[in-house]
Ligand binder design. Structure first.
Ligand code: AMP
Length: 386
């Protein structure tokens, strides 16, 4: 049998999986159970991206998705034995700054943070429970999206509210930490002079945030208490005057659940365009509303890159990652326009060919495209637990 590590990322209606060999950084298999519920669909691919057969069965709950993934692994990787499992967990609370071994006490602790991330944490925990049931007795670890930011300075950890709320956990946690951890580690290996400098990373996917990373550590980030703050996202609003929420409650008479739905699911690119949360569709569409949604996305991103650089007293590198950051040359080019004052100037040929370094040779600030790999960070944490 080949010893293998399983990385899992359980969301509200999805389960992302990746299987890696015990040593080595290339996955044997990656996959996604999508739209878990009535229309669930499971797709698995081999190392080369070729679709693999999947076990038949329902996909209406997270537990069923887990079972079907595991049955499919028996078909697709018959000689693999899963020896450790790593899980992505959105919230590790105020103190967790590193991956943690999963046991009953940790599950109890993490359940206490569910009110901080009600749309993600309960699903992450359901995924863990399903995996504990399927893989009893092997080490399982949790990797937290908040962990990478836990040592950012106090001024970036707090809001200007009465201190009692800070003590109750109302803090700026920051998210996407698993992705930032990967980028910081990648820079340490491939460009140590940049890792030791001041780097702004723009993680631009369906969820989006930017992070100021100095000497490999988070100094500031655009997401705060929840994954709503900062940049506009596919369906999330990004930065919002809290007075808007008061207005929605008092004048529009929206309930907390309606406001949550509005801010998490109906806003961002979807809300502004009235068309789609998907950047590819907006770029292709050409409606004035889609164009304005992209204008807003780029404008807020430029603002936040400036803010992140200011938090470090300057910038040595700007890194794009995430589905939009890695694939949209247009968004990268537009973001870097009028950024010469920060030493940012891109080479359009390099940008168009998605080169790793897309800045021009004479630019003071290196601009890079680095495909992020959250699964690898999770796998490395699980390996360390063996
Ligand atoms: P992620 O959440 O990291 O998978 O990123 C999803 C986002 O990336 C969606 O908005 C996609 O439209 C966007 N995306 C993926 N490929 C492209 C592309 N070639 N051009 C523009 N946006 C893209």
């Amino acid at each position: 049998m080949t010893r293998a590590i399983l990385a899992l990322n359980a969301g509200s209606s999805s389960l992302k999986v990746a299987v890696y060999p015990e040593t080595g950084d290339r996955p044997l298999l990656t996959g996604l159970a999508d739209r878990i519920g009535a229309e669930g669909k499971l797709t698995l691919r081999d190392e080369g991206g070729v679709a693999l057969p999947v076990a038949p069965g329902p996909l209406t709950t997270q537990a069923e998705a887990m079972r079907r993934v595991i049955e499919s692994l028996r078909i697709d990787l018959p000689v693999a034995e899963i020896v450790a499992v790593g899980h992505r967990v959105v919230h590790g609370g105020p103190d967790r700054d590193a991956p943690a071994h999963i046991d009953d006490a940790l599950l109890e602790e993490l359940a206490r943070y569910a009110p901080f991330a009600p749309l993600h944490q309960p699903h992450n925990l359901n995924g863990i429970r399903a995996a504990l049931a399927e893989f009893p007795g092997i080490p399982q670890v949790a990797c937290f999206d908040t962990a990478f930011h836990r040592h950012h300075p106090w001024v970036n950890d707090t809001f200007a509210l009465p201190r009692a709320y800070y003590d109750k956990g109302v803090r700026r946690y920051g998210f996407h930490g698993v992705s930032y951890d990967y980028i910081a580690g990648h820079l340490a290996e491939t460009a140590p002079h940049l890792h030791d400098g001041r780097v702004v990373v723009a993680h631009l996917g369906n969820g989006a945030s930017a992070c100021a990373i100095q000497n490999g550590r988070s100094v500031a980030s655009t997401m705060g208490f929840s994954a709503l703050d900062g940049l506009p996202m596919g369906t999330r609003c990004g930065q919002l005057d809290p007075g808007v929420v008061l207005y929605l409650m008092e004048q529009e008479r929206l309930t907390p659940a309606q406001i949550a739905d509005l801010l998490y699911k109906q806003s961002g690119l979807l809300g502004l365009s009235g068309l789609s949360n998907d950047m590819r569709e907006l770029e292709a569409s050409g409606t004035p509303e889609a164009a304005q949604a992209i204008d807003y996305f780029v404008f807020r991103l430029q603002r936040e890159i400036g803010a992140m650089a200011a938090a470090m007293g300057g910038i040595d590198a700007l890194v794009f990652c995430g589905g939009i950051g890695e694939n949209s040359a247009t968004i990268r080019a537009r973001t870097c326009e009028r950024m010469g004052w920060m030493g940012i100037e891109i080479d359009h040929h390099r940008n168009g060919s998605h080169a790793r370094v897309i800045s021009s040779d004479l630019a003071r600030t290196t601009v890079m495209v680095i495909p992020t790999d959250e699964a690898l960070v999770i796998v490395r944490a699980a390996r360390a637990a063996l």
